[in-house]
Ligand binder design. Structure first.
Ligand code: NAG
Ligand code: NAG
Length: 144
């Protein structure tokens, strides 16, 4: 009995560690560089960085339950009502929401670009609150 509990504990810790190592917390300039690598237009990178800092604190593992019962996933806080689907690929981006929580932000980036094309930055409350009509030129320090 005791041994089983110990095993279960080790197993759980192991799974938690695996999940931990798959997510990523970006620095501000690390994120700016990654967004350029993901082919985001350089002009808009300050807006993306500001939005991401406000929405997910640059943490790819961030999951947020919204008041209306939907859930936001990952660094871009992509919503499961419209854009991704829980448990299997789906939504307008045809992705599994849980796949948005790892350290590979390529799938996230493609979906975020689609949201921005369709709705604009105003899709993200954090952008409206913290970035819209604000001085976000501090991000350009990352490109010097
Ligand atoms: C619920 O809220 C999220 C995030 O605020 C939004 O993206 C989504 O469209 C909302 N869904 C509905 C059905 O209102
Ligand atoms: C925005 O902030 C930068 C420094 O952070 C400053 O140099 C610049 O003058 C500011 N621009 C405006 C319009 O306030």
């Amino acid at each position: 009995m005791f041994r089983n509990i110990t095993l279960l504990f080790c197993f759980t810790t192991f799974i938690l560690l695996i999940n931990e190592s798959e997510s990523k917390q970006f620095t501000r300039c690390g994120l700016a560089q990654e967004l350029l690598k993901q082919k985001f237009d350089k002009t808009f990178v300050p807006n993306w960085v500001c939005m991401i800092e406000s929405e997910s604190a640059k943490d790819t593992s961030k999951v947020t339950k919204k008041a209306n019962g939907s859930t936001n996933y990952g660094i871009f806080q992509i919503n499961d009502r419209e854009w991704c689907k829980q448990g299997k690929a789906g939504g307008k981006c045809n992705i599994k929401c849980e796949d948005l929580l790892d350290d590979d932000i390529n799938d996230d980036a493609n979906c975020a670009k689609k949201i921005q094309e369709e709705i604009g930055f105003k899709n993200w409350d954090g952008w409206v609150r913290s970035c819209y009509q604000k001085n976000i030129s501090y991000v350009t320090n990352c490109f010097k």
